[in-house]
Design a protein around this ligand. Structure first.
Ligand SMILES: NC(=O)c1ccc[n+]([C@@H]2O[C@H](COP(=O)([O-])OP(=O)(O)OC[C@H]3O[C@@H](n4cnc5c(N)ncnc54)[C@H](O)[C@@H]3O)[C@@H](O)[C@H]2O)c1
Ligand SMILES: O=C(O)C(=O)C[C@@H](O)[C@H](O)[C@H](O)COP(=O)(O)O
Ligand SMILES: [Zn+2]
Length: 363
C-alpha cells in the first residue's frame, strides 16, 4: 500500500509548515522527527489518549531527553492553572529554547500545549498530533492556542503556529461516536462560510460520513484542512477574513460557558451556534429561510444538535456574548450569513435582535 501522506502546506513564509494526513503516521517517526531541532521534547497528552497512542510517539523519540505530561480529560481542564503545570514540566525537563512541545490529543490538549509552548522562554517549537476529527480539521491548523477562564472560552491565548501537524487517521478508530459527530460540525462550518460546492458535496455524502466511510472521510478532512490553511495563510492573526472561521462561535462560546464547559461539546455548540447565527441573519434580512433549512437539515443528518439546551437563559447568553473577542467598543460584532458559502463580518449588531433570536430558541 502507498503510505505517502497527503501534505497540505500552511503557507506563512519562513514559518510555513506541513499538515500531513494519512494512516500510520505516528509510527512513521522519521518524517516528523526531522522537524525537531533540539534534544528536548515534552509530549502533552491526556489520560484517555496517552494509554492508546503515547507508545507510538515514544518510539520515535528515542535518543532525546523527553518526558510526558498528562492532562485530566475534558474541556474543564483547559485552564490557566494547567498551562502553568505544563510550564513546570518543561522546567523539570530542563527544556532549552530549542525544545519542542508535542501535543498528542484533541483540541483541548492542542490548545493548552500550544499556549504553554508560546509562553516557555517566550516561544518554543510546537508540533500538533491531533487524534480527534475536530482537531484534525480545525484546531491543529492555524496556530490559535489558549485556555478558558470561568468568565469565558479562550479568553487567554496566543497565536503560535506549529512546526508540523501529524494527522494520523488510524487514531480515529477509537474516537467515540459523539466526538466524531462534533468534529463534523467544524467541517460543515468551513463549507457554510466559503465553499458552496463543498457544502453540496457534504449533503451528498452525509450518510457516508455518518457511517465513517474511509474515502468520504479522507476527502472531507482534506477539503476542510485545505480551506482553513488558505484562510490562515491570507490572514494569520485575524485582522479580517479569518474571523469568518468564527461563524457560530459568538453563540457557541456563550453556550459552552453557560453550560460550565460540560453541557455541550465544542463541535455541538458550534452546530447550535451556526443555526442561531443563520436565524439572526434571516431576522436582519441578510439570509433566507431556505438556506437556514439546508444548514439545519445537514447538521441534523450528521447527528448534531441545533437547539439551545434546556434551561439556558437568553439574557445570560447575551451577557456572555458581550465578552467575545471579536467585539469592539462595547458593541457586538458577529459573523452573519447571506447563505451557503457566504459569511460576512457584521459590526454593531443590535443587541435586542440577538436577544430576540436567543429568546425564540431558548427552551
Ligand atoms: N485552536 C483552534 O483553532 C481551535 C479550533 C476548534 C476548536 N478548538 C478547541 O478544541 C477543543 C475541542 O477539541 P476536541 O473536540 O478535540 O475535544 P477534546 O480535546 O476534549 O477531545 C474529545 C474527547 O475525545 C478523547 N479522545 C481524543 N482522541 C481520541 C482518540 N483517538 N480515541 C479516543 N478518544 C479520544 C479525548 O480524551 C476527549 O475525551 C475546544 O477547547 C475548542 O475550543 C480550538
Ligand atoms: O481558527 C480560527 O480562527 C477559528 O476561529 C477556529 C474555531 O473553530 C475555533 O473554535 C477557535 O478556537 C475559536 O477561536 P476564538 O478566537 O474565537 O477563541
Ligand atoms: Zn471552533
Amino acid at each position: 500500500m502507498n503510505r505517502q501522506p497527503l501534505t497540505i502546506e500552511v503557507a506563512l513564509g519562513a514559518r510555513s509548515y506541513p499538515v500531513w494526513i494519512g494512516r500510520g503516521l505516528l509510527a512513521e517517526a522519521d518524517r516528523w522527527r526531522a522537524t525537531l531541532r533540539g534534544r528536548h521534547a515534552l509530549v502533552v497528552s491526556n489520560t484517555t489518549v496517552a494509554p492508546l497512542y503515547l507508545q507510538r510517539v515514544a518510539a520515535g523519540l528515542d535518543g532525546l531527553a523527553w518526558s510526558s505530561w498528562l492532562l485530566d480529560d475534558g474541556e474543564t481542564h483547559k485552564t490557566y492553572a494547567n498551562a502553568g503545570r505544563v510550564l513546570e514540566a518543561l522546567a523539570a525537563l530542563g527544556a532549552t529554547r530549542d525544545a519542542c512541545v508535542i501535543a498528542l490529543g484533541g483540541g483541548v490538549v492542542g490548545d493548552l500545549a500550544g499556549f504553554a509552548a508560546a509562553c516557555w522562554m517566550r516561544g518554543i517549537d510546537f508540533m500538533q498530533m491531533p487524534t480527534t476529527l475536530l482537531a484534525m480539521v480545525d484546531s491543529s491548523v492555524g496556530g490559535k492556542t489558549g485556555v478558558n477562564l470561568p468568565a469565558g472560552k479562550n479568553l487567554v491565548g496566543a497565536f503560535h503556529q506549529p512546526r508540523a501537524v501529524v494527522a494520523d487517521l488510524d487514531t480515529l478508530a477509537t474516537l467515540p461516536p459523539r466526538e466524531y459527530r462534533a468534529g463534523l460540525a467544524e467541517v460543515v462550518k468551513g463549507a457554510a462560510i466559503g465553499d458552496p460546492a463543498f457544502f453540496a458535496w457534504l449533503e451528498e455524502h452525509a450518510d457516508a460520513l455518518v457511517a465513517r466511510d474511509e474515502a468520504a472521510l479522507a476527502e472531507a478532512i482534506a477539503r476542510k484542512v485545505a480551506f482553513k490553511a488558505a484562510v490562515v495563510a491570507r490572514d494569520e492573526t485575524e485582522q479580517g477574513e479569518r474571523a469568518l472561521l468564527n461563524f457560530g462561535h459568538s453563540f457557541s462560546h456563550a453556550l459552552e460557558t453557560a453550560g460550565g464547559y460540560t453541557a455541550l461539546l465544542h463541535g455541538e455548540a458550534v452546530a447550535v451556534g451556526m443555526h442561531l447565527a443563520a436565524r439572526l441573519s434571516e431576522r436582519l434580512r441578510m439570509g433566507t429561510a431556505a438556506d437556514t433549512t439546508r444548514l439545519v437539515r445537514l447538521l441534523e443528518r450528521l447527528g448534531l444538535p441545533t437547539a439551545i439546551p434546556v434551561g439556558m437563559q437568553a439574557e445570560r447568553l447575551l451577557e456572555l456574548m458581550r465578552l467575545d473577542k471579536k467585539n469592539t467598543a462595547g458593541t457586538l460584532r458577529l459573523i452573519l450569513w447571506r447563505g451557503i458559502g457566504r459569511a460576512e463580518i457584521v459590526a454593531d449588531v443590535p443587541a435586542p435582535q440577538v436577544l430576540a433570536v436567543l429568546a425564540e430558541n431558548a427552551r
